[in-house]
Design a protein around this ligand. Structure first.
Ligand SMILES: Cc1cc2nc3c(=O)[nH]c(=O)nc-3n(C[C@H](O)[C@H](O)[C@H](O)COP(=O)(O)O)c2cc1C
Length: 384
């Protein structure tokens, strides 16, 4: 028998063995159902309208899916939202700007979910004073008072909350339609957050390049990449244990981890397969963007950041309603020193006025919607 034929049979044999093992181990590399149960909506037995609203708020998009929220329900009719400071991202988000954006997304969904129950949500940001520019502290980010009010209208975007997904697929080679560009704009009308978009070939090509460059910088800077690796959860057991962070499903990563080929150390090693796959994945994301959207604020105080989060999730919900795949690429906006040259070029090329802050940068396009990302159980967000 010639060697190629022998090789072919060996491959077939391996394939069959993997197939048999797959049947036996089925589910080990998939997203566990429990981890995503929140996406079916609140449990039927929840009585407190605040807790019902929270069941939607914890589905908010948030950086690295750290879910850095902590909620105090000890005052009747009020929700006090705090930062869970054990869940910050000090390397990639040194001033917790993105963590604050992830609080804005939470507050916006909370207010929408309250309205859907006929409850008015009066939001007071930083009721005990704002945080300093560099740090977050123990004071609340927001007080949300909920009151029955029959004049409150359900927000049409609320219908998209359970369907919204951050989409990390490679997007189709297809421009974003003019109708879709126009259809996104109303989601961020008025207020202190400004939306801009690029869908023409030249600015899109520039933004693809800069997003790719920023990805390369982040992944090649060991301490910033380490931060992602630390919260990467591979396979059903690990995802189910944490229900947060960056979830990796699929047979190959699970198998690599099971046989010790994929380890936190190997993922950081530029010569490893895992590292090269990660590098290429981010580059593919950038290169397949059909268009980009970005949100800016004139200042960059804590209220600007929270309001950027509120606008961001509205934009994402609107994209969901329109069938647009939506994926933030935040690397270029991050504040650590190695990123500053690329960031300056980004801001200058897009003519962002000096002093304004680009809070979010998102690639847009078309792709099949992925499954939902995990959330921790609702009660783990409640302070004792
Ligand atoms: C401030 C902020 C920055 C984010 N940056 C990125 C990013 O750079 N890359 C990415 O893949 N997702 C990014 N995301 C999306 C989160 O990772 C995502 O919301 C989280 O994993 C939960 O997934 P979901 O949005 O599908 O519920 C960001 C989200 C927020 C709010």
């Amino acid at each position: 028998m010639d060697t190629s034929r022998r090789g072919f049979i060996r491959v077939l044999g391996t394939g069959a063995a993997i197939g048999a093992a797959g049947t036996m181990l089925g589910g080990c590399w998939d997203m566990p159902d429990r981890a995503v149960e929140g996406w079916s909506g609140p449990a039927a037995d929840l009585q407190d309208p605040r807790v019902k609203a929270l069941a939607f708020a914890i589905l908010a998009p948030n950086p690295h899916n750290r879910q850095a929220w902590s909620v105090d329900l000890s005052h009747s009719g009020e929700i006090l939202l705090h930062v869970d400071r054990t869940r910050l991202l000090p390397e990639t988000d040194p001033f917790s700007r993105q963590i604050m954006i992830g609080h804005g997304t939470f507050i916006e969904l909370l207010a929408m979910a309250a309205a859907a129950q006929g409850q008015r949500a009066d939001v007071t940001l930083f009721p005990e004073g704002s945080f300093a520019a560099e740090t977050v502290d123990a004071r609340p980010v927001a007080s949300v008072r909920m009151t029955r009010d029959d004049s409150v209208r359900r927000d049409p975007l609320f219908d998209q909350v359970l369907k919204r997904r951050t989409n990390r697929e490679a997007f189709a080679e297809r421009s974003l339609s003019a109708a879709h560009v126009a259809g996104l704009a109303p989601a961020v009308a008025g207020g202190r957050v400004r939306l801009a978009m690029a869908s023409e070939a030249e600015p899109v090509a520039f933004l693809r390049r800069i997003a790719e460059e920023a990805w390369d910088i982040e992944i090649m800077t060991p301490r910033t990449f380490q931060e992602s690796i630390d919260v990467t959860r591979i396979g059903a057991a690990e995802i189910g244990r944490h229900r947060d962070g960056i979830s990796v499903t699929g047979f190959m990563p699970w198998f690599g981890k099971a046989v010790g080929m994929v380890t936190p150390e190997s993922m950081l090693d530029p010569s490893s397969m895992g590292f090269r796959i990660g590098l290429e994945m981010g580059r593919t994301h950038a290169r397949s963007a059909a268009a980009f959207a970005w949100l800016t604020t004139a200042g960059n105080d804590r209220v600007d950041q929270v309001e950027a989060g509120r606008a961001y999730v509205r934009l994402h919900l609107q994209a969901t309603a329109l069938g647009i795949a939506f994926h933030p690429m935040s690397q270029a906006l991050q504040e650590y020193p190695e990123m500053q040259t690329a960031q300056q070029r980004l801001l200058e090329t897009l003519r962002v006025p000096h002093g304004e802050t680009m809070q979010m940068l998102v690639r847009l396009g078309y792709a099949e919607a992925p499954g939902p990302s995990p959330r921790r159980p609702l009660q783990t967000f409640l302070r004792a």
